[in-house]
Design a protein. Structure first.
Length: 489
């Protein structure tokens, strides 16, 4: 295929491609394509060739979107690193990838240089450190676009590291294109669409936004930092029609004030949206679309519509077109509707796998590691992760069930439920609980005894001001375990 941005420019050169809501910086597809051509020429002059990896350490900004397309124009692979990593963590990931260059900006230059090793570090801003080259000072070369092959690795993205170390996942051009098309069939596309990008581009949910609006010929509006007040203003003043959020962002938006009614969809995913939050959003007029997705499937697997939410507020809806779902038991056999097991996926959005492994077979189900079930209408419910399943005295406990019971207590704000190694029972249930006012362990226990079978009751309970989280904002279950063990001493 021809370079995607070149095709887009030929079709709609004057359409707004990018609008930075904070600086009012705007680019049409013709402007973006010109900028990308220049950046591609500069990267080439720095020695980037087809097949090379280009590492990026930045938060969301227009230059990030230029890099995305410049890297594709060169037939190279974009590798967005989590911009919040420490230099030591970044060294580990850089070593896994071995990029030809590391592109950064003023805010991340120090970390990039610290972690860069022998990799040249290039900044999109004027550098402050001697080790850094300035992209702007590089004289561009003429670029001969190599075109795009659907099996090319478009990007390598790291998973969030919720269950262990983050894994580097290959995402192909076919994966992102299939995802863009399938998403449009669920959400619809109209010519004046403006999709607000307030997520990091080093996670699939963020990176997919500028890719999709380019495929559709619509506009990405950037709002780098998430601050509910300014985001509400941007939604209103920039006539935003779509937005992608994680559940805590949605909660903070609803707390901050009314959401403008120009919004056609609010995709909410990355972690569980409680039925309560989904209903609250609907009541506030927010067209919420709870979504289940992951890095390994180039984002969305299932997306619920507001009508689904009305009928089943704790569901994540049905699979997107081109994605097939199965619920499997431990032996890999398909389970029936209503039965709980591991969620498995097949389709064009499924990645060929981590960079550390050879490509997976595409005729086999990809096992997500998540546990869930489907109702008679085919809607999916995600109940937790297979690795988080607690086996206590031979009984299986889904942490999500226990968490839901704890959250039902009016004074409980949040909770994390984990398995702790136990000499007698193999594992026992532990809960770290965040409350809005003091609650005694005894009161909580009596409350839970009415709702949970005896073997599901948390044996170890501790209270905290907030749950410990990973860089990606997911609950850091290892630290939860440590805190619970600490509390027992
Ligand atoms: P790692 O794979 O490194 O442990 P991770 O799985 O958190 O980290 P991501 O790919 O960013 O990395 O997140 C995908 C996971 O997030 C899914 O596998 C699922 O566990 C969880 N998730 C996403 N959306 C939802 C949702 N709507 N409800 C429940 N869980 C969700
Ligand atoms: Mg995962």
């Amino acid at each position: 295929m021809r370079d995607w941005l070149a095709v887009r420019r030929a079709a709609t050169p004057d359409t707004l491609a990018l609008l930075d809501a904070t600086t009012d910086d705007r680019r049409t597809y013709a402007d973006l394509d010109d900028a990308v051509e220049e950046v591609a020429g500069k990267l080439q002059a720095l020695g980037v060739n087809a097949g090379d990896a280009v590492g990026v350490v930045m938060e969301t900004r227009p230059a990030y979107v230029e890099l995305l397309w410049a890297v594709q124009r060169l037939g190279a692979t974009l590798v967005p690193f989590n911009a919040r990593l420490t230099p030591a963590e970044l060294i580990d990931q850089r070593t896994t990838i071995d990029p030809a260059v590391l592109v950064t900006d003023r805010d991340h230059e120090e970390t990039a240089v610290d972690a860069g090793g022998r990799t040249p570090v290039v900044s999109v801003d004027e550098p402050t450190l001697a080790e850094t080259r300035w992209l702007d000072a590089t004289t561009p070369q003429t670029v001969e676009s190599v075109g795009v092959s659907l099996s090319d690795t478009a990007a390598v993205l790291f998973t969030s590291g919720t269950t262990g170390e983050p894994t580097a996942i290959r995402v192909t051009a076919r994966n992102v294109l299939a995802s863009a098309v399938a998403s449009a069939f669920r959400l619809g596309v109209v010519p004046d669409d403006r999709w607000l990008l307030c997520l990091p581009m080093y996670h699939m949910g963020g990176l997919s936004i500028p890719i999709r609006t380019m495929v559709y010929g619509t506009t990405t509006v950037l709002h780098g930092e998430f601050d509910p007040g300014p985001i509400l203003r941007t939604l209103r003043e920039r006539s935003i029609t779509g937005v992608s959020l994680v559940p805590t962002m949605l909660e903070r938006l609803l707390d901050a004030g009314p959401v403008d009614d120009s919004l056609r969809f609010a995709l909410v995913g990355g972690g569980p949206t409680s039925a309560e939050l989904a209903q609250r959003a609907l009541a506030a007029g927010v067209p919420i679309h709870p979504t289940y997705g992951m890095t390994e499937t180039a984002s969305q697997i299932t997306t619920a519509t507001p009508r689904d939410v009305e009928a089943a507020p704790d569901s994540v809806g049905r699979p997107l077109v081109g994605t097939d779902l199965a619920i499997l038991d431990g032996a890999g056999s398909r389970l029936d509707r209503g039965e709980q097991g591991e969620i498995a996926v097949s389709g064009w959005t499924v990645s060929p796998g981590p960079v550390s492994e050879s490509s997976r077979r595409t005729d086999e189900w990809f096992r997500t590691g998540d546990v869930g079930y489907r109702d008679e209408k085919g809607r999916l419910y995600v109940t937790g992760r297979a690795s988080e399943l607690i086996v206590t005295g031979g009984e299986n406990v889904v942490p999500g069930d226990v968490r839901a019971a704890i959250l039902a207590h009016p004074a409980v704000e949040d909770a994390a439920v984990v398995g702790l190694t136990d000499a007698e029972w193999g594992e026992r249930v532990g809960a770290l609980v965040v409350t809005t006012e003091p609650v005694s362990k005894g009161t909580l226990r009596s409350f839970l005894e009415e709702r949970l079978a005896g073997f599901k009751l948390p044996r170890t309970v501790a209270f905290a001001d907030a749950l410990p989280r990973t860089h990606s904002g997911t609950v850091d279950r290892e630290v939860v375990r440590d805190q619970l063990r600490e509390a027992e001493r």
